[in-house]
Ligand binder design. Sequence first.
Ligand code: ZN
Length: 72
Amino acid sequence: MSRADCYYSDGSPRACPECGHPEFTEKVKDFIDFGVPGGGPPTEVQYNCAKCDAIVAYWAYGGFDPAFSGAA
Ligand SMILES: [Zn+2]
């Protein structure tokens, strides 16, 4: 499986490029701060492989970073 095969056309991860695992954990890295408890909607989310913990994708402000999927 090539690296490009591990991502959908929008850059979202389909499988981990390192180990092929199809499940990920989403870590909110930043969010809109409305000054309310719990915070606002996320603006940046990092996707880590649920098996080997490799960083497989990074979503920010409505789109996936193409640097990970090689789609740029
Ligand atoms: Zn992995």
